[in-house]
Design a protein. Structure first.
Lengths: 352, 300
């Protein structure tokens, strides 16, 4: 086939994928009998509009957390480490951030900084736990990191349900962190400056991935672990340091959620919105290309807040966002990231 | 204290917890042996659980509920096959997407069809009744375990030797193993490995669908959002631990089921629910650690 033939075939199959995604969308709308025009209007309003752009701010605030988790996952995935335990690392960070801020004495700014660092440490430790299990015990990272999500979730739930519970609130949540530690809002909005922190980390991760020796070696390990080992890279240290970075970023995201958005730890606040899983699919959507990860995270955040807008405007259950995200991943990521993920150590890699 | 924990009603409750893990893990084992890396069991089960309730609610019969669960499971298997086998998507990516799809689809349909959020319970959902097995019923100790269980427990028990025999003797079973161990040889023999894998995914979907049915219309008669609650992941670990061999798989499933049942039990004794909820995952992790450690030592 001529090069042109291949190109047009490629374009055709992308059009086919887009048509299929749209077909699923309209099928779902048809099922609940929603007025499509109003729903779409609700979508764009929910994602980018609102009075004084309040919904746009919600989208950005959510995007910050998703992009943070996506960057965390991106570092691991590029290094060939299938760390799908971001949720546990996120929860560990959020919990430690809230508890440290409530319990530690001292000047607010100092406590804030210490709490954020403690959150990053907690996330890193949780990620390293999975790494140690893989490297020194032989438990595959994929399942080890995933299974560690559950203890993190339940330990956090226990701590805010019993010893550190704000009993008077009647909910499963910790006390509020002192108000002078809350991240300030941008003037005239309800968007906190946590997005700047995340943006800073995202830029750092992109620069790290493209330009540093450590990032280059990690990528080499991801593309061919055998080659990395053969040329004498310290693969164990490389894996552990990469996992620690991933975990620390996830922990930071937890801290941003606490100090910027909720101002306390509420049971399930980091688990139910599926930040970690959305981060993973945001990375898969763009085939792990670092520069595109923030855009992809923003896209999924808009899909989610847009779906909430469709629910308000046209009564479409907002869970449509989850379905559409999964469908998009099925049609797009399976094509983009097929080769990139082929280097995992799982068996049966000869297949497909 | 101890006899409070391990009385006969504890024993009788173990099969309820063994059944879903065992059924799903057997399905996962077929995929594993056929060379399909399927870690979407969680999503398969969840969809099965939902459609079991749907089928039972609209027909008034748990049998049609189970049938709906099977069909829905097959549907999930076909989606997996389409994107992994035909379009060549990475199985991990496909699995993650399918798990999310299952979570979204079940909550969406819950609201679209029944107009409820969170949980759906209704007198029209008819669950499976326990079956009393005549002679076995009166055996001391084993009686309450082996008799008086819902039908799916017996299906799961029968499925263990069936899958074992299928993989050891049956033509398609042998081809599945060939597809997993040496796909090129199978291809050279004129059999398409992809077609064989498709059958593995279909069978896996059926078994996971039944696992979901056990959760929603045998253990209880209702559907709760995300009610598979990690059991699919435990089944994945069971498959990894046994490398997809049905007989050891049975043992592992029984252990997990016992832990699950135990954690349910101690909840009644005042231990915080968070700790009992955590138990199955910690047990899974411990078992994984123990076996990996042991395998490493064997290899050295």
């Amino acid at each position: 086939m001529s090069a042109r033939g291949i190109a047009s075939g490629e374009a055709l199959s992308w059009i086919g994928a887009a048509a299929a995604i749209l077909a699923v969308f309209f099928l779902l709308m048809l099922m609940v009998g929603a007025p499509v025009g109003e729903a779409l209007q609700g979508f764009f309003n929910g994602a980018f509009g609102g009075r004084r752009f309040s919904y746009l701010m919600t989208t950005l605030s959510r995007a910050a957390l998703i992009i943070g988790m996506a960057v965390s996952v991106m570092l691991s995935f590029r290094a060939g480490l299938f760390n799908i335990g971001g949720e546990g690392q996120l929860v560990a960070g959020g919990l430690v951030a809230a508890l440290a801020a409530i319990l530690l004495p001292g000047p607010p700014l100092l406590v804030l900084v210490v709490s954020i660092l403690a959150a990053m440490l907690a996330g890193a430790v949780w990620a390293l736990l999975a790494g140690v299990l893989q490297l020194y015990v032989g438990v595959p990272l994929l399942v080890g990191s995933l299974l560690l999500n559950y203890p993190a979730r339940y330990i956090a739930s226990y701590l805010v349900a019993h010893p550190f519970r704000d009993v008077q609130s009647g909910m499963l949540q910790s006390h509020l962190v002192p108000q002078d530690m809350w991240l300030p809002y941008f003037p005239g909005t309800r968007l906190d400056i946590g997005i700047l922190l995340i943006g800073f980390v995202a830029v750092g991760a992109i620069v790290y991935s493209y330009t540093t020796l450590h990032g280059y070696r990690a990528r080499m390990n991801g593309l061919s672990p055998d080659f990395a080992r053969a040329v004498g890279l310290p693969v164990t240290r490389l894996a552990l340091s990469t996992l620690a970075m991933s975990g620390a970023i996830a922990g930071l995201v937890g801290a941003v959620a606490v100090f910027g958005i909720h101002h306390r730890y509420i049971d399930g606040m980091l688990v139910q919105p599926l930040y970690a899983w959305t981060g993973i699919i945001a990375v898969l959507l763009v085939g792990m290309a670092p520069w595109a990860v923030p855009l992809s995270g923003l896209f999924f955040a808009a899909v989610q807040t847009g779906a909430a807008g469709m629910e308000r405007a046209a009564g479409v259950p907002k869970e449509i966002a989850l379905i559409m995200q999964a469908v998009i991943i099925l049609f797009v990521a399976t094509r983009v990231s097929g080769a990139l993920l082929a280097s995992s150590e799982r068996r049966g890699a000869d297949g497909a | 204290m101890l006899d409070l924990l391990f009385d006969s009603s504890f024993a009788a409750s173990v099969p309820r917890f063994v059944t879903p893990i065992l059924l799903a893990a057997l399905g996962g084992a077929l995929c594993e042996r056929a060379g399909v890396f399927n870690i979407a069991l969680e999503g398969f089960i969840l969809v099965g659980a939902f459609f079991a309730v749907l089928g039972s609610y609209f027909t008034g019969s748990p049998w049609f509920g189970a049938l709906a669960a099977i069909l829905a499971g097959i549907g999930m298997g076909l989606i997996f096959a389409e994107f992994n086998l035909r379009r060549g998507g990475d199985p991990i990516v496909v699995s993650i997407a399918i798990n999310l799809l299952a979570a979204g689809l079940t909550t969406y349909l819950l609201r679209a069809i029944f107009d409820v959020i969170g949980a759906f319970t209704d007198p029209n959902i008819v669950g499976f009744r326990p079956i009393k097995v005549p002679v076995i019923e009166s055996i001391p100790l084993l009686g309450p375990i082996l008799s008086g269980q819902p039908i799916l427990f017996y299906v799961a028990l029968a499925a263990v030797p069936a899958v074992h025999y299928f993989l050891a003797r049956h033509r398609l079973g042998l081809r599945m193993r060939a597809a997993g161990e040496n796909a090129a040889a199978l291809q050279a023999g004129g059999v398409s490995p992809q077609k064989v894998r498709l059958w593995a995914l279909v069978a896996c979907g059926m078994l996971c669908g039944l696992a979901g049915a056990q959760l929603s219309i045998a253990n209880v008669s209702l559907f709760v959002e995300n009610m598979s609650a990690g059991r699919g992941w435990i089944a994945v670990v069971a498959v990894l631990l046994t490398r997809g061999r049905p007989l050891p798989l049975f043992l592992i499933a029984v252990i997990f089921g016992a832990v699950d049942s135990f954690s349910f039990r101690v909840q009644g004794l005042g231990l915080a629910q968070q700790f009992t909820d955590m138990m199955p995952y910690l047990a899974t992790l411990l078992m994984l650690v123990g076996l990996s450690w042991w395998r490493r030592r064997q290899e050295v």
